[in-house]
Design a protein around this ligand. Sequence first.
Ligand SMILES: Nc1nc2c(c(=O)[nH]1)N[C@H]1C(S)=C(S)[C@@H](COP(=O)(O)O)O[C@H]1N2
Ligand SMILES: [Mo]
Length: 318
Amino acid sequence: MVKLRSSEITPEHLYFSRRQFLKGVGALAAGSALLSACGGKTPPSAGVVNTQTPPGGVSQATDELGDPLTPYEAVTHYNNYYEFSTDKETVAVLAKDFKTSPWTVQVGGLVKNPKTYGIEDLLKKFTQEERIYRLRCVEAWSMVIPWQGFQLSKLLEEVEPTSDATHVRFETLYDPEQMPGQTSGWFRYNWPYVEGLRLDEAMHDLAILATGLYGKPLPPQDGAPIRLVAPWKYGFKSIKAIVKIDLVDYQPGSLWMNAAPDEYGFYANVNPEVDHPRWSQATERRIGELGRRKTLLFNGYADEVAHLYAGMDLGKNY
Ligand SMILES: Nc1nc2c(c(=O)[nH]1)N[C@H]1C(S)=C(S)[C@@H](COP(=O)(O)O)O[C@H]1N2
Ligand SMILES: [Mo]
């Protein structure tokens, strides 16, 4: 159960502003069960109907584990997006006027049918479905987010990777005029933000390209107009504002691997037993909750994805 008593909402527990959070709670209270007395998991055996009412535009008030959705206000005002700011609460403000139209995504490399898609083509061609996923940042906080989007596999099937393709490389827009974090001073980072997946990871049913959340178009701060979501991996793999997707025959680097190779690897699978060199990954802070939760292997998606890593040393392949 999410505890929302104002006395408990302190910067110690929640790093976004208390005022903003309470505003969000107020806005959600009408339609949401986040304030109901009986949140949390109902054992199926009890035969009790889950009385939590989902907020507008969303089909369920919880994920498949019974964890409540993180309030919209938190999802959209506590963001990691270094192109705008390293301050999570400032991202939404600086990204407010980010231009997402016209927008194209160039899909190429080792494919039979390279193609440049307008964002509107992608929205029309691929049915947008809801996916309620946990998002676990490598910094050890997490959220539950109702996304809309479509499976990355659908797009890849359309461009037809050749038999040489082994990995997928993603690239974010490079536009320092719009993205102040990409200008000088951020010498540590090699813009544009890039990320990658192994081809079998990219083809997995759980991997989506998200175009919306909470039944609305994706806000700029969450990666509009289109971003990756790979929920069993640390959040930094889920690259925002994608303009380029290439099929390649090598393991692509990523901005975080380049910035700190000892701290961030290619796989970045959520794993309670593989600590970050500077902090434990055994537990996490669910935004909006008190205390900490145990981190779940593969962020709770082990049944679906563990086979992808059979026989691999997850400590070495971090
Ligand atoms: N282009 C780009 N994508 C990015 C990031 C970023 O800084 N730039 N941050 C990543 C990190 S560390 C996380 S935890 C998630 C956060 O997504 P959210 O702000 O929608 O919760 O986006 C990821 N995608
Ligand atoms: Mo993150």
